[in-house]
Design a protein around this ligand. Structure first.
Ligand SMILES: CC(C)(COP(=O)(O)OP(=O)(O)OC[C@H]1O[C@@H](n2cnc3c(N)ncnc32)[C@H](O)[C@@H]1OP(=O)(O)O)[C@@H](O)C(=O)NCCC(=O)NCCS
Length: 187
């Protein structure tokens, strides 16, 4: 588990990641429940019924993809080790050097740097995976917080997609894991 202090205006927030486990289901379900309003705007899975059973089923599927090496989900922990969100890398395979990053932060924990730090930690983990070279994300043009989280982590906008079923324009962001080290972008 990697734990680093945050910086700047978010100095009060510090997060760590750890791989998700089956016992996380109740806390995940509770975090989703606290965040329904915000999540359902952006995450299709949050629009319908969601309970501990839903969280269990999702964790089981995530553990299966981790065992197969095709996806890795992490819980985001705050200073007291409470679960405050999820960040994951999906659609990885031995035939591809790319992974899609996805994330959400529980609404009570939002707005204090958790999202940007969680993505930073996930990038650091991805850099330890020799076969991964590119992380990519799809985000609605009007999802300003998510775009900011990507941009502060040096993702760049590479494509504008079609209008989705919500009427939002889907934007594709990418990060080259080996060209985009912090030393190349800061200072
Ligand atoms: C997107 C999300 C993960 C951001 O998490 P967070 O912990 O609130 O983000 P942070 O506190 O790290 O803020 C990141 C940046 O976004 C900015 N931001 C936050 N809300 C914003 C808003 N509504 N409009 C514009 N910028 C916003 C913050 O000011 C911060 O920028 P700064 O560091 O320059 O001040 C969270 O809002 C979320 O879970 N949303 C619902 C799910 C979702 O959209 N997931 C991504 C799908 S692509």
């Amino acid at each position: 588990m990697v734990s680093l202090p945050s910086s700047g205006q978010h100095a009060h927030a510090m997060v760590t990641l750890r791989p998700i486990v089956a016992a996380d289901a109740p806390a995940i379900a509770a975090a989703v429940d606290q965040s329904r309003h915000e999540l359902r705007r952006w995450m299709p899975w949050a629009q319908g019924h969601y309970d501990i059973g839903s969280a269990r089923a999702w964790i089981d599927a995530s553990l299966a993809t981790a065992a197969a090496g095709t996806g890795f989900q992490f819980v985001i922990l705050d200073e007291s080790e409470a679960i405050v969100g999820v960040v994951g890398l999906e659609d990885t395979s031995e035939h591809s050097d790319r992974a899609m990053i996805g994330y959400w932060v529980a609404t009570p924990a939002a707005g204090r740097g958790v999202g940007r730090q969680a993505v930073d930690r996930a990038i650091a983990w991805a850099r330890t995976q020799p076969r991964l070279h590119v992380l990519w994300a799809v985000v609605a043009d009007v999802n300003a917080a998510s775009r900011r989280v990507l941009e502060v982590n040096h993702f760049r906008l590479v494509a504008t997609g079609s209008i989705d079923e919500r009427g939002d324009v889907a934007l594709i962001y990418e990060l080259d894991l080996h060209l985009a080290g912090p030393d190349n972008h800061r200072g």
